[in-house]
Ligand binder design. Structure first.
Ligand SMILES: [Zn+2]
Length: 257
């Protein structure tokens, strides 16, 4: 049997036994869905004419002049209309429906886990699904933001304040860190998918886990916060291909029509 096949079978058997599974998902899951790397040569930054990505998500800069951010966000939302969750997103949503998920902890801001049906999602870097007025704190759905963005370049609240997506910017605190830590401590199986475990504090989380740890990542990941000996299974391959194989014996994911 091929190595990846064996690994998928092992992972499936652990998933069957586990009752408090935590998924920690990172950028690899978004790129698998077709969201291009922000920084790549064809990336969104370039398309939006952004030459300094750090400035884009800087909260002080945003409050001074949100036009740069909204040029980017407009491109992002346009692209996002064509994006659907991957098999892996759907796999973990199906696991939650089965009652086996403690939480999905995600570094991604795209809301694809929720779109796939996951409800217990902790967005450590926030997400585009909700938005708030910087002045009065009024909240706006993604749909209402889109409507406002169709009418003006920079969407404003009725009070005159600028609306900002609940994405964590540089200079803002990460979200739900305590809940993320609690879930990870309690997990009997932690699956890390598509994260290179470089960006803290998410990269710290796996070391808190007392249960088994599975890492699925195409390409390598940083061992700075999670030493290789703590990992029970490392599948270095395409995430969707791996979870397709994991699901072969479990049959959790209904085929798309
Ligand atoms: Zn307001």
């Amino acid at each position: 049997m091929e190595k990846t096949e064996t690994q998928a079978k092992t992972c499936a058997s652990w998933i069957e036994k586990a009752s408090r599974i935590v998924l920690l998902s990172g950028a690899g899951l978004s790129t698998a869905a077709g969201i291009p790397d922000f920084r790549g040569p064809e990336g969104l930054y370039r398309r939006a004419g952004v030459d300094n990505p750090e400035a884009l998500f800087d909260i002080e800069r945003f409050d001074r002049d949100p036009s740069l951010f909204y040029r980017f966000h407009r491109e992002f939302l346009r692209l996002f209309e064509r994006i659907t969750p991957t098999f892996t997103h759907r796999f973990f949503a199906a696991l939650e429906a089965r009652g086996a998920m403690e939480a999905v902890v995600t570094q991604n801001i795209d809301g694809l886990h929720q779109a796939a049906g996951s409800k217990k999602v902790l967005e450590i870097h926030g997400g585009i699904g909700s938005n708030h007025c910087r002045r009065c704190g009024a909240s706006f759905t993604l749909d209402s933001l889109r409507t406002l963005m169709a009418a003006e370049e920079i969407p404003h609240c009725r009070c005159g304040g600028v609306i900002k997506p609940d994405v964590v910017f540089f200079g803002e605190a990460v979200r739900e860190l305590e809940a993320c830590q609690r879930a990870t401590v309690e997990a009997d199986l932690l699956v890390v998918a598509g994260s290179s475990l470089v960006v803290t504090p998410a990269a710290f989380l796996p070391s808190l886990c007392q249960g088994k740890i599975v890492v699925v990542n195409r390409g390598d990941f940083s061992e700075r916060y999670l030493p290789r000996r703590r990992i029970d299974l490392f599948a270095e391959e395409d995430i969707d291909a791996f979870f397709h194989r994991v699901d072969d014996g479990l049959n959790l994911v209904a085929p798309l029509h």
